[in-house]
Design a protein around this ligand. Sequence first.
Ligand code: TA6
Length: 293
Amino acid sequence: MQLDSVQLRHGQVTATVCIYAAHVTRFAVRGKDVLFLSQRALFEPPKVKSSLPGHLGVSFALLQAIRGGVPIIFPQFSGRGKLPSHGFARNQYWRVVSKEGDRSVTLALEDTEETRRLYPPFRALYTVTLTDDASLELTFRVEAKERELSFTFALHSYFAIGKIEQTFVTGLKGVQYEDQLQGSRIETDQNERIAIDREVDRVYLGVPPQLSIVDGSNSRTIRLSTSDTLPDAVVWNPWEAKALKMAADFGPTEYHNMLCVEVAAVGAPVIVKPRESWVASHTISVADDGSRL
Ligand code: TA6
């Protein structure tokens, strides 16, 4: 790994946080990875210019995002606005502001001359903590300075799973979602278990605070819990054809071993008034409960 990172350890859990992008690249429980990281993930991020139409030709120097782990999606989810897709928080160098032993680290990102050309001033703080009950706790806080902020947000978590055909998501039965593969058409899925057997790109709106990923071939359940400031969730697997288009940093068969379940605030923009702040938190844990299909 070419980038400076912070290693966290507490009891039987470990995590790795890249200072670049404040990117959690690894979270393991008893040595078993919970997060997926592509074998082709780029850690020496090349500068990519993102020409932003409608910004008077402003070209915004973006660094490559790391494919896997937990990219921070701020201040824009996907193409829901004029910024580069998925915003810029995942393409910038953050800085460590504090550590609590080996179990917690807090990083900060503030506006720069470049971001101010596209987005109001802000200060973001992100704390990654390993808890006493072997969970990974992620807390994101953003403060508005003199101008109001409007943004969409997600923690774009890539989960490591044994076999996609023995994997399903629970907790989303009957929840409306925008099918990104069908022009954001509104659908619902009445299945208790959402199976993944093709490309899936769904933005669920108004989800319960607990979701689970049953990783059947690993006989485990990955449990996700969120604050009420993250009312939405995205389920994404690129499947075969899209995986081939992502070959620069994603292997052609890696879609078999990953699933993104991203806790989010994307259905409606988050508004933060000047001098106020917004906080979102998300906890990831694992139950080796023998879950199988
Ligand atoms: O969260 C799902 C999604 O918006 C997909 O549409 C796909 O674009 C994915 O994010 C990855 O985006 P990236 O820019 O990291 O390749």
